[in-house]
Design a binder for this molecule. Structure first.
Ligand SMILES: [Zn+2]
Length: 133
């Protein structure tokens, strides 16, 4: 519970069981009995608590903003990488080269397939062909 010094209005937090005790105000050094002092409602005396809540909210907001900033930074970094990648991989000339290479690859694959088949024919005369079929 909270008491107010009747002389200088300094606020003190005390135990409810100490209400009947005499207190010496640390501020004005006057002695007063707890019963004579004004009892402050908890909500009215919660100014400091409210300040703490506000501070916590601000800290949380700052952390949240930092988190958002960090996330945006990560996304920016990713976007930059993607741009770099597309820039280095997709100029028209390179694209043409790539298409040519793919064509060549397809042709080579066909050749390999033909060679493989030839090889199979050579490797599988009578006995092995039966096993394969
Ligand atoms: Zn006082």
């Amino acid at each position: 519970m909270k008491l107010e010094c009747p002389y200088c209005w300094q606020h003190y937090e005390i135990n409810a069981t100490d209400r009947d005790q005499d207190f010496v105000c640390l501020c004005c050094e006057q002695t007063f009995n707890g019963k004579d002092a004004l009892l402050l409602p908890e909500s009215g005396g919660g100014e400091r608590k409210w300040c703490r809540i506000l501070l916590a909210a601000v800290v949380l907001l700052v952390i949240f903003n930092l988190f958002l900033w960090w996330q945006c930074g990560g996304q920016e970094r990713k976007t930059t990488n993607a741009t770099e990648f597309s820039v280095s991989a997709l100029p028209p000339s390179l694209e043409r080269d790539f298409a040519e290479l793919r064509e060549r690859q397809t042709r080579l694959e066909e050749q390999v397939r033909a060679l493989q088949e030839e090889l199979r024919k050579l490797q599988l005369p009578d006995g092995d062909r039966r096993a394969a079929e």
